[in-house]
Design a protein around this ligand. Structure first.
Ligand code: GAR
Length: 188
């Protein structure tokens, strides 16, 4: 699981994966930010953690090479971005093709990128939501695996929507990972 911050989706995945019947095991949590709150949460759950600080690298490719090596060392077969706020290059994405998923706080294909709830409010949308999707070369453009919506009320703010959406994310992501992991074949 790749994180950059709070790690609530990461905790939900770890907790789901503890169930004996769940088809995935969480082998590690990697953060690109040394002060991500999710790191302590993962440690408290006895999940190995690593920091690969992108500011230590002069370009995305060398950062991603170390990230890739760390994932191989962990024997990861599937990578879940969970609030991981780095854009991944085609180099990395191609190495993890069909093994790389993300949760995004919008009803994709609407509102790729940042400020998703504010953009939905500004557009006068009646609903927003979250999507778990495959990561491809184009940002937030891969096929949706699962998505769920919430209504936007007249006086909603981006903060209120994010808070209302969070528990939905926390059940949607484990459900999506379950679907993906149960179909995953072992690496060649
Ligand atoms: C989540 O709301 C997730 O959808 C969003 O960041 C938050 C991470 O929270 N992801 C993105 O915006 C990706 N572009 P968490 O660290 O508590 O799981």
């Amino acid at each position: 699981i790749l994180i950059s911050g709070r790690g609530s989706n990461m905790v939900a995945l770890v907790e789901a994966a503890r169930l004996e019947t769940y088809p995935a095991e969480i082998v590690g949590v990697i953060s690109n930010k040394p002060n991500a709150a999710g790191l302590e949460k993962a440690q408290a759950l006895n999940i190995p953690t690593a920091v690969i600080d992108h500011t230590d690298y002069s370009d995305r490719e060398t950062f991603e090479q170390d990230l890739h090596e760390k994932l191989l060392a962990l024997e990861a077969e599937l990578v879940c971005c969970a609030g991981f706020m780095r854009v991944l290059t085609p180099w990395f994405v191609s190495r993890w093709e069909n093994r790389l998923i993300n949760i995004h706080p919008s009803l994709l294909p609407k509102y790729k990128g940042l400020q998703t709830h504010q953009r939905a409010i500004d557009a006068g949308d009646k609903e927003t939501g979250c999507s778990v999707h495959w990561v491809t070369e184009d940002l937030d453009a891969g096929a949706v695996i699962l998505q769920e919506s919430v209504q936007i009320a007249p006086h909603d703010t981006a903060e209120l929507l994010a808070a209302r959406l969070l528990p939905i994310e926390l059940s949607l992501y484990p459900e999506a990972l379950e679907i993906v992991a149960s179909k995953l074949r072992s690496p060649q």
